[in-house]
Design a protein around this ligand. Structure first.
Ligand SMILES: O=C([O-])C(=O)C[C@H](O)[C@@H](O)C(=O)[O-]
Length: 304
């Protein structure tokens, strides 16, 4: 049972970078709990504001509800109250509600509501979907606006009015006009989280649009670099941010963009590259080729 209210969760999440750990798999693609726990234990020496278990980078979309529950419980137990743990909810409304309730029962501190699978939906339907999930839990909810569930500023404002426990908007779209409109309309009622793939790429400009923190996938394998980059963004040190973009992030995107789904695969490859394997990704994702892994290893070596 969490001791954190939704308002406390929202305040906490904006105090630092957000960790989205990969989910470790064995060679047969089953969940490798000991590897996962060891990874969380290694990352726990670094200062972040929250941990999102089985998110996008954590391949939550490839896990069964029972596996998600196991991963969330492992994270809650390993983190042991030192950080808020946020659990995913996705799928149709009934499934997402079941996952939000399972998250609460597992002792998570919040829910990350991801887009439902496959179908597109209008704003009214999305509002009812998000509201139904919010009503089903006492936990603070972060809604992820992305893909087939992109919320307009008007919808976000209605959702914030109707649901006290909706506390964060995670943006995976990067539409400057929409972000400007949303912050102008909703202001600090919500905490805004940058959630585009390789969120570092957009962190400096999004800071001006009210986005005070972001989900860092690269934190999985270059945690010191990720934290230093975040500090440079907060300090609005343009020189340092652009130097680091040129040094690491932009060449990293060149490898990431070679194949669809690599935004996740490359993070696991990064963990392998530093000698801490998280195992393979599950299909339909595919692992980087040996050559790409070698290029990534060389790139990481440049900033170590
Ligand atoms: O659920 C997730 O893993 C994400 O939303 C996205 C990533 O962490 C993304 O922000 C990134 O790749 O840096």
């Amino acid at each position: 049972m969490t001791s954190m209210t939704p308002a406390e969760l929202a305040a906490q999440l904006k105090t630092g970078l957000l960790s989205f750990p990969v989910t470790h798999f064995n060679p047969d693609l089953s969940f490798n709990e000991s590897g996962y726990r060891e990874h969380l234990s290694w990352l726990s020496q670094y200062d972040v504001a929250g941990l999102f278990a089985a998110g996008g980078t954590g391949e939550g979309f490839s896990l069964t509800p029972a596996e998600i529950d196991t991963v969330v419980r492992a994270a809650v137990s390993e983190v042991n109250g030192k950080l808020p743990v946020i659990a995913p909810a996705t799928g149709g409304t009934v499934t997402a509600i079941a996952q939000a309730q399972a998250a609460e029962a597992a002792g998570a501190d919040g829910v990350l509501l991801l887009p439902p699978y496959l179908t597109e939906a209008g704003q009214r339907g999305l509002i009812e979907h998000v509201s139904a999930v919010c009503r089903s839990t006492n936990l603070g909810v972060t809604v992820y606006s992305r893909a087939n569930a992109i919320l307009t500023d008007v919808s976000v404002a209605e959702l914030a009015d109707r649901n006290e426990n909706l506390v964060c908007l995670k943006d995976g779209v990067g539409n400057i006009e929409m972000m400007t409109r949303t912050y102008a309309r909703v202001g600090d009622r919500l905490t805004y989280i940058g959630g585009l793939p390789t969120a570092e790429t957009f962190a400096l400009p999004l800071l001006q649009l009210g986005v005070s923190t972001y989900s860092s996938a690269i934190f999985n394998f270059v945690p010191e670099f990720a934290l230093g980059f975040y500090a440079d963004v907060l300090a609005q040190d343009r020189e340092a941010v652009y130097r680091k973009l040129n040094e690491f992030i932009l060449p990293y995107l060149d490898i990431r963009d070679r194949t669809k789904g690599y935004a996740v695969s490359i993070v696991k490859a990064g963990v392998t590259a530093i000698g801490r394997s998280a195992g393979p990704v599950r299909p339909p994702l595919q692992d980087l080729s040996e050559d790409e892994l070698a290029q990534l290893t060389e790139l990481i070596g440049r900033i170590k």
